[in-house]
Design a protein around this ligand. Structure first.
Ligand SMILES: *Cc1c(COP(=O)(O)O)cnc(C)c1O
Length: 448
């Protein structure tokens, strides 16, 4: 053991091998690595000292700490709003505008007309209100924050009536009963899992009721013997009983969607025609913008939300404000090409086939064929609605292909024991890179 200790390379000598690296970091890492080697000798884990492997560990640790862990991946799963892969993409031109706003000073909270302090929320409110036909609008960090803020502002220690069929969990960290509990609102669940009637809501109303809330079921559907009360009916019941109505819509779309997706749920513009008190949804689901919670509704209620101290904790940054404004303007101008989420959804299968053919022409040695397949919108929107897509199906070991592509930051999917690259979500400018990765994997002669 003494012998092993003597073989440990001198720290100064090790550091000298990393001339181009930042001195302080490299010496800190080197000391840590050597301390670990000493410990491992003591505990008997290390039987011999190999200077090259020590150098490799130091190099790895340096690179690990000086490179970001968040990286771009190619989404070849076909799922457009993929929550694990970043949900919606932002259009490059829109992002350039937000970049300019955040790399220079801006009027974030400054009233240019009066020459004094202003309010950050009026920026997005004008465009969103115009777009959706609401009296006013407010944005917060995400839709979970929107739900919390609405409940905390209007229903703290008061009852909120929700159908048992709508007490959903979304992505594990958002569960309606728990968010409600945390906000201070008292959940009054009514009806059953599959059926909730108007009379269930009406029977639950008492002096302590503040609100009737509807929650979009998002990532699940009830089929068969089921019934729910529409939001228009809920608004009517609320009005007749002096209560507030609120709809946590989850996701919202504006133009008519392809593959008759629009026939399954109304567009937000139709919902807004009922003049709800408040409604909220995510900025990065079907709306196709940056992460945010968008709240729309009556001016008097939005005003109360702004007076709640908690809004300060959910407030959005100038970059989010700029991105949401630019997306809203794109919608106002019907410039749907600026919304990548919609663009992907609207791309024809003929176009996807052309891209797949282009990919195959760039990978002449690949044994694979183009197939018709189905994919999903994702993000908890329209969970059972298949949309047609085009994929390249690989011959050979699907599990290994999946793993090798994943190592190269390409996320595909396995279906019927074949590895698939689904072209619904592969961006046009990623095809050459994807072909290059494929060719490299083929030339590695790994047994695929
Ligand atoms: C997605 C979703 C949420 C959470 O929205 P985030 O923007 O992810 O915080 C809340 N409610 C419903 C109904 C949803 O679909």
């Amino acid at each position: 053991m003494q012998n092993l200790f003597r073989q440990i390379p001198k720290i100064d000598k090790l550091i000298q091998k990393f001339e181009d690296y930042e001195k302080e970091i490299i010496s800190k890492i080197t000391k840590e690595v050597i301390d670990k080697v000493r410990e491992d000798i003591k505990s008997g884990k290390v039987k011999e000292i190999d200077e090259n492997s020590i150098l490799r560990i130091i190099d790895f640790k340096y690179k690990d700490i000086t490179s970001p862990s968040i990286k771009n991946v190619i989404n070849a799963t076909g799922v457009i709003i993929h929550t694990n892969l970043g949900r919606s993409l932002i259009d490059e031109e829109i992002f350039e505008k937000a970049k300019k706003i955040s790399t220079h000073y801006c009027n974030l909270e400054y009233d240019l007309g009066k020459g004094k302090r202003g309010d950050r929320y009026h920026h997005t409110a004008k465009h969103l209100s115009f777009l959706f036909g609401s009296e006013d609008a407010l944005i917060v960090n995400n839709n979970a924050a929107a739900v919390f803020l609405v409940l905390n502002t209007f229903a703290k220690n008061k009852e909120v009536i929700v159908s048992r069929g709508e007490l959903v969990e979304i992505g594990g960290s958002f569960r309606v009963p728990e968010v409600m509990n945390a906000s201070g609102a008292i959940l009054k669940e009514v009806g059953t899992t599959n059926k909730t009637h108007k009379k269930d809501y009406l029977n639950a109303i008492n002096q302590n009721t503040a609100m009737i809330m509807k929650v979009h079921k998002s990532n699940y559907t009830i089929e068969g013997f089921s019934e729910e009360v529409g939001f228009d009916e809920i608004i009517k019941m609320a009005r007749e009983n002096g209560l507030m109505d609120y709809y946590d819509l989850g996701s919202a779309y504006i133009p008519n969607l392809p593959y008759s997706l629009s026939s399954f749920e109304p567009s937000i513009l139709d919902i807004m025609k009922h003049n709800p008190d408040l409604i909220s949804f995510s900025g990065d689901k079907l709306f196709g913008g940056v992460q945010a919670g968008i709240i729309l509704g009556k001016k008097e209620y939005i005003k109360k939300l702004k007076q709640n101290q908690i809004l300060r904790m959910f407030r959005v940054d100038k970059i989010t404000i700029s991105l949401i404004e630019e997306s809203a303007i794109a919608y106002i101008e019907k410039n749907y090409d600026k919304i990548p989420t919609l663009k992907m959804l609207f791309t024809s299968t003929d176009e996807l086939k052309k891209r797949a053919e282009n990919f195959l022409s760039l990978t002449p040695y690949l044994k694979a064929k183009i197939i018709d397949t189905f994919t999903y919108v994702g993000g908890g929107t329209m969970p059972n609605k298949k949309i047609p897509s085009i994929a390249v199906a690989f011959e050979g070991n699907a599990v290994k292909w999946e793993e090798k592509f994943r190592e190269n930051l390409v996320i595909g999917r396995i279906e019927n024991e074949k590895f698939l690259l689904d072209f619904r979500t592969i961006q046009a400018d990623e095809i050459e890179k994807l072909a290059k990765i494929t060719n490299e994997l083929l030339s590695c002669k790994v047994n695929l």
